[in-house]
Design a protein around this ligand. Structure first.
Ligand code: MEV
Length: 296
């Protein structure tokens, strides 16, 4: 029997832009997915994580690792599916770690990440690789896709950030669909998108400094600006806006979608732990799921 786990993540800045090589900032959350595998004559999934493509993704991992055995795969998840919290990457990382445990492979984090990415490609078409990296690392990272490969730098958090994740429970479009819609809009309006992308580049530079220096009001303002760009690009739904405006009215420092958007989840930077609880309560009152987490 082999066991492994992977973490949920939240992107604070730069989703979608990251696909085109801009840096993005993400944090690992305390919620996780655990996978337990037992050799069996035929592969069977016992999962609370419901995703039609799950087995196809996990098969891509097995093939990449050259493993022919079949397994009963038990998946225990604390992360809502298709919510922008990286559940598919977390299950992929957990599965690779379970295989590594079963065959005593002692895989490095880089290898775990690379194998998990094989499943991410099945799930999302052309993902950046950010989710599988955060599913491994936790903490805060700056992630960038460069021509020579992926660069991951850990980011010091100057002051603890009280986050609330508002989960809409409605993923109206898949990540692959949203990535492709942004691509075709970018191709239709190259000049407009050039300006949005240049502004986002500057915004990320400022956000990195503000996070390191613990200037949380500035971090929040920049999150709000980033939400403006994402909304202009068409990836914010009515449910996202409900959560974002409710949080801002309760004094949140910043609120935006996190992940691919159009449903999925929102990330909110609260003023304090008490403020985070108030915001989480209001999000639940509106009929959504809310998770609180401290990034430090
Ligand atoms: C998905 O969590 C974030 C996107 O930027 C896609 C990716 O980075 O692969 C939309």
């Amino acid at each position: 029997m082999g066991r492994g786990a992977g973490c949920a993540k939240s992107i604070l800045f730069g989703e979608h832009f990251v696909v085109y090589g801009l840096p993005a900032i993400g944090v690992g959350l305390s919620k996780k997915i655990e996978v337990e595998i037992t050799k069996a004559p035929h592969t069977r999934l016992e999962s609370s994580h419901v995703d039609a493509n799950l087995l196809a993704g996990l098969d891509a991992i097995r093939n990449a690792m050259g493993i022919k055995d079949n397994f009963i795969i038990k998946v225990k998840s604390e992360i809502p599916v298709a919510s922008g919290l990286g559940s598919s990457a977390a299950v992929s990382v957990a599965f690779v770690r379970a295989l590594s445990d079963e065959y005593k492979l002692d895989l490095s984090e880089d290898k775990v990440c690379a194998y998990a990415f094989e499943a991410e490609k099945v799930f999302h078409g052309n993902p950046s690789g950010m989710d599988n990296n955060l599913a491994i690392c936790g903490g805060a990272i700056i992630f960038q896709k460069k021509p020579e490969g992926v660069s991951i730098t850990s980011l010091r958090i100057g002051k603890p950030m009280h986050l609330v994740i508002g989960v809409t429970g409605k993923k109206k479009k898949t990540t692959a669909q949203l990535i492709s819609e942004v691509k075709s809009k970018k191709e239709r309006y190259p000049e407009l998108f050039h300006f949005i992308f240049e502004a986002e580049k500057k915004l990320i530079e400022l956000a990195i400094k503000a996070i390191e220096q613990g200037k949380l009001e500035e971090v929040g303002e920049l999150m709000n600006l980033n939400q403006g760009f994402l909304s202009a690009m068409g990836v914010s739904s009515r449910e996202n806006k409900d959560i974002i405006y409710a949080a801002r009215e309760l004094g949140a420092l910043g609120a935006k979608i996190t992940g691919a958007g159009y449903g999925g989840s929102c990330v909110i930077l609260a003023k304090s732990e008490k403020n985070a609880e108030e915001i989480a309560g209001e999000i639940r009152r509106l009929g959504y799921v809310a998770i609180t987490s401290v990034a430090q």
